[in-house]
Design a protein around this ligand. Structure first.
Ligand SMILES: [Fe+2]
Length: 210
């Protein structure tokens, strides 16, 4: 990353291997887009990358067969080495849109290394964070410009864009947290967020054919 480095962290602050400590830095977010002006890595998630996640698999297959493979979201990462005490940053731009009645979303994941919390800062747009714990309990919180969501350990989390514009948010999480996407792909969330009467509504995932 080429963030604005000011000076090195004082060696007395930590017993960690100094060669692995990140330097102090700050990153400016573009005021119009919310995207960091400097980042290390950009990930692009297209519909084909989310095959098996949306409830209407048939529609996904038909779209891909016709060569329609839209970008669902992009992630601008500022990662740190996976070491205890360090945080990684990631800015996600989740596009507006639906597959059938289901709003575009991020894959959703548990953290592979539990316990690991995460903080989401809403920068642009309107949406929600869908959460589900290991016991299957489900919750949802607004995720939109101007709010902050705290995700406790052991809750899977998925961002959903229920607005007309892009949903942009910054996530801060332990660099060693890891991502377990497989559990969610296998079992899914118990609820889906769909458009009903022009508004977002949560419905049981069993009520839509997979
Ligand atoms: Fe996470």
């Amino acid at each position: 990353m080429q963030g604005n480095v000011i000076f090195n962290v004082d060696a007395k602050l930590s017993t960690m291997n100094m060669s692995k400590l990140p330097k102090l830095f700050q990153v400016e977010l573009d005021r119009r887009t919310g995207i960091p002006r400097r980042y290390k890595r950009k990930l692009v998630r297209r519909l084909s990358d989310l095959r098996g996640f949306f409830s209407d698999n048939k529609m996904v297959g038909q779209m891909l067969e016709r060569g329609k493979n839209p970008i669902i979201y992009e992630v601008y990462e500022i990662p740190q080495a996976p070491s205890e005490g360090l945080f990684s940053l990631a800015c996600t731009v989740l596009r507006p849109g639906k597959i059938g009645r289901e709003y575009y979303f991020t894959k959703g994941h548990f953290h592979a290394k539990e316990p690991a919390s995460e903080v989401y800062v809403g920068l642009k747009g309107r949406g929600m964070l869908l959460l589900q714990n290991r016991e299957g309990k489900i919750a949802h919180l607004p995720l939109e410009a101007g709010n902050v969501v705290y995700v406790p350990p052991q809750w899977a989390h998925r961002a959903i864009n229920t607005g007309r514009g892009k949903l942009v948010f910054l996530a801060v999480y332990p660099s060693s947290a890891g991502h377990d996407y497989g559990s969610i792909k296998k079992s899914g969330f118990a609820k889906l967020v769909v458009e009903r009467g022009g508004k977002p509504a949560l419905i049981s995932s069993r009520s839509l054919k997979r």
